[in-house]
Design a protein around this ligand. Structure first.
Ligand SMILES: [Zn+2]
Ligand SMILES: [Zn+2]
Length: 162
């Protein structure tokens, strides 16, 4: 079988490599726990990404290994959570973020995965401020805003919530 046979049930432990545009930062995600991905349509994500939404993959920090130096920044989210952002210091690609309300968790900017077309958002948050031309696919979970607690987030992105 060709090794492009992605999809159902790989026997080897899966690895999702990624990195920045210039290659100075590389990472690999080995999902011990697999969370759902989400698209955040909030106005902050639109501005910070310079795009229409942020495509995000929740991971456990212990499943996520980064090589290369990173630049670090911080800001306070609308929820009051203190967020840290990690970028490539050379090309300034944003790689991931953390926040103090969800210890042990990182949110990867899913466009930085080498095979980013495999990441389809299962969940859309802040659809209230989504761009008018974006049509949420049928069957996707869509929230007008976002969960109002860290526990709510954990529940939302847990793969076993159905
Ligand atoms: Zn770079
Ligand atoms: Zn957002």
């Amino acid at each position: 079988m060709a090794d492009g046979a992605d999809g159902t049930g790989g026997e080897m432990s899966e690895e999702y490599p990624g990195g920045c545009v210039c290659g100075a930062v590389r990472y690999v995600w080995r999902p011990g726990v697999r969370f759902k991905s989400n698209a955040c349509h909030c106005t902050d994500c639109q501005m910070r990404s310079g795009s229409s939404f942020a495509l995000q993959q929740t991971v456990r920090l212990e499943d996520f290994e980064v090589s290369g130096e990173m630049a670090e920044g911080g800001f306070t989210q609308p929820s009051g959570a203190r967020a840290r952002l990690y970028n490539c210091p050379k090309c300034h690609s944003r790689i991931y973020g953390t926040n103090d309300l969800r210890p042990g968790i990182a949110i990867i900017r899913a466009g930085t995965f080498d095979h980013n077309s495999t990441i389809t958002p299962d969940i859309h948050v802040w659809t209230r401020s989504k761009q008018p031309w974006i049509v949420i696919p049928e069957g996707a979970v869509a929230l007008e805003t976002q969960p109002d607690s860290a526990d709510g987030w954990s529940e939302l992105v847990s793969a076993s919530s159905s």
